[in-house]
Ligand binder design. Structure first.
Ligand code: SF4
Ligand code: SF4
Ligand code: SF4
Length: 381
């Protein structure tokens, strides 16, 4: 019989007529921190449009618990402050950045850029943050301040040059542009990207539009075969769609590209990168998709997204939550792809499971079976 210590470091599950043992670990390596899901923008493409709950910001009680716990995460390598909302609105942003940097963590800050004034840019440079990730969409469903963002990027690049001089870290922090691709703006992608590189952008993260309303479906480049909506890039592959863009950049910037249709391979970058997401109220979720009560529209129907969390950092240490029985099992199941595939399932028209994310036909709960992030169709930094 196992000693109590051994039992405490593992969980045993019934599995295929036998037992499966999963070991607890301190491998939590990346935290996504949602300081707020409030925003000073109201973009049409934003996931916030379909959130059901009130928007909120991280209260002191939760933020204090976070600051206290950072030092107790030996393998924490990276943190992204952002998510769906504008983190620069949070009054204690600087404290969180300082604590993470003192811990030796790679820190990315995701922002729409409007509040990046000289003083804040200088603070971020002094703290040696690693990436400023900002989003840019020049079409009708995107950000309203496209021109303002270009000015902000120039300003960041200029101050970065001044701070770093000619040394080898002159491109640090990297300026990363997140870009939601739409049928409407595809033609302008190459010229806009060229201009952005001239201004100082170092990398692009391209992703697809998940329609927030049915009328936006024809703008999205994905799933035309399944929806029956023939848009102009239907079933072209990744290379065909993005070739002019890649050519225009001439390898002067790194590019992360999404898939445009289903491939056999599934890979959840949240689980594979040993990441967790801390919601503004302290709840710990496995990913952005399962963070908020919301709804998704694709393949011609709506699906309710039911948030799924494993504990709250104000009540338990995030390392304990990470090693809880349910979270261990969830990561095992997602990491090993032990879930069905709904988008190409022949039964989906009559299947009630896909009405929401709570369960699937393998008895998983929550269900990842209809996720577009694990298909790399939607990409997060
Ligand atoms: S700036 Fe970002 S978080 Fe804010 S509304 Fe737009 S997409 Fe949403
Ligand atoms: S839950 Fe199962 S049966 Fe239903 S659509 Fe998904 S894969 Fe098909
Ligand atoms: S597969 Fe999708 S729903 Fe499941 S954890 Fe990953 S991102 Fe979240």
């Amino acid at each position: 019989m196992s000693s109590p210590n051994t039992m405490a470091s593992r969980e045993v599950y019934p599995f295929s007529g036998g037992e499966l043992v999963l070991y607890k670990s301190n491998k939590l390596q990346k935290l996504y921190i949602e300081l707020t899901n409030r925003c000073n923008f109201s973009c049409r493409m934003c996931f916030r449009n379909n959130f059901s709950a009130e928007f909120g910001s991280m209260p002191d009680r939760v933020l204090d618990a976070l600051l206290q716990q950072i030092g107790a995460l030996p393998q924490l390598k990276a943190a992204l402050i952002g998510g769906i909302g504008e983190p620069l609105l949070h009054p204690r942003l600087r404290e969180v950045i300082k604590a993470l940097k003192q811990h030796g963590t790679v820190v990315d800050v995701q922002t729409n850029g409007v509040l990046l004034d000289d003083e804040l840019i200088d603070f971020l440079l002094q703290q040696e943050i690693d990436r400023i990730i900002t989003s840019y969409e020049c079409g009708a469903v995107g950000h309203v301040q496209a021109t303002g963002l270009k000015d902000t990027i120039s300003k960041v690049a200029e101050r970065r040059r001044t701070h770093r001089g000619g040394n080898s870290r002159a491109n640090h922090p990297r300026i990363t542009l997140e870009w939601i691709l739409t049928a409407d703006t595809l033609d302008r992608l190459s010229s806009e990207a060229r201009e952005m590189v001239e201004l100082g952008v170092n990398e692009f993260i391209l992703s697809n539009l998940l329609p927030m309303e049915e009328s936006m479906a024809s703008d999205s480049l994905i799933f035309s075969r399944h929806t029956g909506r023939q848009n102009r890039v239907a079933w072209k592959n990744q290379g065909d769609i993005l070739e002019p863009f890649i050519d225009a950049l001439r390898y002067r910037a790194k590019v992360q590209r999404p898939e445009f249709h289903l491939r056999t391979e599934r890979r959840c970058s949240f689980v594979d990168n040993n990441a967790a997401v801390i919601r503004h109220d302290g709840e710990v979720a496995p990913c952005y998709r399962l963070l908020h009560e919301s709804r998704e529209y694709y393949q011609g129907r709506w699906r309710a997204v039911v948030p799924h969390t494993f504990g709250n950092i104000a009540d338990s240490a995030v390392s304990e939550i990470w090693n809880s029985r349910d979270y261990l099992w969830f990561r095992h199941q997602v990491g090993n792809k032990l879930y069905p595939s709904c988008p190409d399932c022949e039964l989906r028209e009559g299947c009630d499971y896909i009405a929401d994310t709570t369960a699937d036909c393998y008895a998983n709960s929550p269900s990842c079976a209809d996720c577009l992030w694990d298909r790399q169709i939607l990409i997060c930094p």
